[in-house]
Design a protein around this ligand. Sequence first.
Ligand code: ATR
Length: 275
Amino acid sequence: ADQYCVMGNPVAHSKSPWIHARFAALTGQHIEYGRRLIPMDGFVAALQAFQAEGGKGCNITVPFKFEAATMLSRRSARAALAGACNTLRFDGGFVVGDNTDGVGLVADIQRNAGVALAGTDVLLVGAGGAAAGVLGPIIDARPRQVTIVNRTPEKARKLVVSHTALAEASGVALSCAGLEDVGGAFDVVVNATASSLNGGGIPVAATVLKPGGLAYDMMYGPAARDFLAWAGAHGAVARDGLGMLVEQAAEAFHVFRGVRPPSAQVLAELRAEMA
Ligand code: ATR
């Protein structure tokens, strides 16, 4: 069987091996997908070792997505825009980098949650790696506008600068604001901050939510609990990032194998498994 793995630190709780095993079983692909705990200073060596063993590709998770983007032979446009990679394919001696996080988020919002982004007002909360990874595909879905807010406004401004050409070409109004001074309400609010992990609370005021609008946390499990409860209490439809996790994996599986797995079925299975 062809060998794949997820590399990260920590990686013990990664659901990627489970998800890819289900994809493989349901599509009849013969692969083995493991997990590798990579020392903080050992990413390059680990990647070379896996290539030397004949590995076909891997997914990259925290904290190596940026480092991965710097050591590629080729990279997709979406990986270049994000400045980060979560999917590497070994092609001969070459490493080809991609980023499937953003299309995973957009697929979960549009297909699984049934919310079309075209023409909507989107608020992206956060401007770190998680936000950078999803902004391009959000713009590609042609919302009316995307506003980015972040605790450190300079980082939001940088994301606006790096995505302005794409936004203009797509007819999307892209802007940024401070966490405190964002005005108006949004059809879709995406939380891409690590605030809950840092005990930071909800980063934005409830006035950004629309009744019946979508409030999406890119995290899942306990890390998403407070944001989802807050959003629900203010009349928004709350959704965690489990579907994004499965959909980014589905897109990576397609990069690896050229086959699209039944992601909605596997998401339902994973939710049942975690309940
Ligand atoms: P990631 O790769 O997960 O995005 P990151 O690059 O460290 O990680 O970014 C974390 C994001 O969460 C940033 O937007 C960060 O805001 P800053 O850019 O100001 O650091 C945001 N964040 C983290 N803790 C926060 C808190 N307590 N309140 C508000 N935002 C927070």
